[in-house]
Design a protein around this ligand. Sequence first.
Ligand code: SF4
Length: 236
Amino acid sequence: MTRDQNPPAVIDEIRDYLVFLKKLGITGFDASEKAFATLKEWEHPIQKIPGDLIAIRSGLVNCRRCKLHGTRKNIVFGTGDSHAKLVFIGEGPGVEEDETGEPFVGPAGILLTRIIEAMGLTRDRVYICNIVKCRPPHNRNPEPDEVAACVPFLKQQIDAVKPGFICALGSVAARTLLKSDLPISKLRGRFYDFNGIRLLPTYHPSYLLRNPDKKRDVWEDMKLLMKAMGIEPPAR
Ligand code: SF4
């Protein structure tokens, strides 16, 4: 704790970090003498794996780098395989995600899960995250200053996961990552290079819920992705 931090803020930070560890499946700590002796031998092991997702997440604890911190309930960091070949990136948490701290768990998340399963994958075989980690009020789009504040964390996540493929879901994700002003309807349907990673933009699942006629376009995009990744379409 630094002298600038008050005790409630520190308690918030600790709680936030413990919730994150729980989501990773860590349910307790071995506080035996043997465990401490092993840790001493390792000499601060977490410092030997810079850039891993736990270290990046710990840098976000109680983050107040943009105004979205004022209205969030939970920081929604990311979920899935920390070494996934494919990363899905949306724009930001909605109400259900803010409540649970998990990305894509509301109606749009259910649709994304169905898309992932239609590809012959599962949610735990991909990594899922967002451009901003805190919910914009009333589900508005994140504003440029909020994106600018949060996107460095996304870039660290991508560096840690090292995917071969990114699927950018919706215009905010696609335009942010590609630094483009084009609408998603013009960006989708082809691959782009993102720092050596093949990036495919497509429509956001929440847009599909409002415009079900666009599901065919998304499936065409997913077929491109499957072909590039060497995934056989599952038998129907
Ligand atoms: S959106 Fe990102 S930068 Fe803004 S407060 Fe949340 S975690 Fe921090």
